[in-house]
Design a protein around this ligand. Structure first.
Ligand code: G3I
Length: 370
């Protein structure tokens, strides 16, 4: 990093001092990940759980220090925000909006259509004659409530699943069964109508490695996006969830960079939406895991960040204090995984340094809307 950019980084950090006393700034904390990202025209952010927001002030101070964007891990999902057919519960979403507003940090919305995290009433209520109105009403209500206050919406999440053998390799979900592929068109058009200013994202996992099913999924995602764009469906960006596995095969950087370039060639932006690096299959040694996780995450980011269509990176949480991975992919030895930039004591890890270094070494993207 040049001396100029280091000075800019520190100046930026001083301006955003989260720990400064009211009576004069303390020494600037070492700049957060977002300060590194901003220097190159990108952002860094993190997912925030309702529990951390309500009960972990120390973690939230670090979220503020590191982040230029936040996303709720669960509060904007149907299960939380629309628990009964005639009842919305905005308490969790509003709590994050209040915190983010007070800290002047943009919020992205996650997610409007998914096959998971749906309330019990939804699937039985969906039919060919009811589904469109249910979907449009939900999007109009939820997106409308936060119109002008959210920077992105993950409009549809994880819609590709070739094992279901449906057209365009679409997943066989309750929405697909009720409306066919058109549910995606309806969701994007309803979102655009409810908040024209929020960037509309199709969010997907499992496109990170040069292995057969992920290479096919890359092609399926590109084909779906091309089909949507051809039919003037207002999709604007692809979300790469980037749930990585340090025990997985090595990152094929050339192939990954080509995939990102293929997305950009469609005129779409790219956001890394749920970055984390699991160590489920690695030996117990913390030092060895941290080293492997940092190297793996760095290799992936170094292949993706250089593309000017990439707007930024959010990790799926900030600290190893809590990660979905310990539930979904527990280590056989029962140890907590170490997938995120800060450890459970909120110290910066090798992964934090690897992410900062990847931002520092990428050519500047120039100014762009996040
Ligand atoms: O809040 C309830 C609590 O009241 C209850 O006692 C408890 C036990 O049933 O469940 C709690 O809700 C859980 C929620 O997380 C909050 O902890 C849900 O059961 C659980 O299913 C939910 O898991 C979330 C999962 O998505 C499903 O929505 C994870 O936290 C979240 O990290 C995960 O995130 C997803 C992204 O949205 C999409 N991409 C994949 C990613 C990982 O699966």
């Amino acid at each position: 990093m040049t001396d100029i950019s280091r000075r800019a980084l520190l100046a930026g950090a001083a301006a955003a001092l989260p720990f400064a006393s009211a009576f004069g700034a303390e020494e600037p904390k070492a700049p957060g990940l977002n300060a590194h990202a901003k220097l190159k025209g990108m952002f860094y952010g993190a997912a925030v759980s309702g529990d951390a927001l309500a009960n972990d002030a120390a973690l939230m101070e670090h979220v503020f220090a590191e982040s230029g964007m936040v996303v709720s891990e669960n509060a904007f999902k149907w299960s939380d925000i629309h628990p009964e057919a005639e009842k919305y519960d905005f308490s969790g979403a509003d709590a994050l909006m209040k915190w983010a507003g007070a800290h002047r940090i943009p919020v992205r919305g996650h997610t409007l259509v998914w096959h998971e995290a749906n309330p019990a009433w939804l699937e039985p209520a969906l039919s060919k004659t009811t589904a469109e109105k249910i979907l449009r009403d939900h999007i109009k209500t939820v997106v409308g409530r936060y119109a002008g206050k959210l920077v992105h919406w993950d409009v549809v999440n994880e819609v590709i699943h070739e094992e279901d053998h449906k057209p365009l390799a679409l997943r066989d979900t309750p929405w697909f069964r009720a409306l066919g592929p058109a549910y995606i068109d309806i969701a994007f058009n309803a979102t655009a109508a409810a908040d024209p200013n929020a960037l509309r994202v199709i969010n997907e996992f499992g496109v990170d490695y040069g292995i057969d099913w992920q290479m096919r999924k890359r092609d399926q995602l590109l084909a779906l996006c091309a089909d949507l764009l051809h039919r003037k469906v207002p999709v604007q960006a692809v979300g790469l969830q980037a749930h990585l596995d340090a025990g997985e095969i090595a990152i094929d950087q050339k192939g990954l960079a080509r995939f990102v370039a293929d997305i950009a060639s469609l005129g779409l932006k790219i956001i890394v939406t749920e970055f984390d690096v699991r160590d489920q299959s690695l030996p117990a040694s913390v030092a060895a895991r941290d080293t492997a996780i940092a190297a793996h995450g760095r290799a992936w980011l170094d292949a993706v960040l250089p593309n000017p269509a990439v707007l930024g990176v959010l990790s799926w949480g900030l600290s190893d204090r809590a990660s979905w991975l310990n539930t979904k992919f527990p280590r056989p030895d029962g140890l907590s995984q170490r997938p995120l930039p800060l450890d459970a004591e909120l110290n910066r890890k090798k992964l934090w340094s690897a992410m900062a270094a990847s931002f520092d070494t990428v050519p500047p993207h120039g100014p762009q809307k996040s």
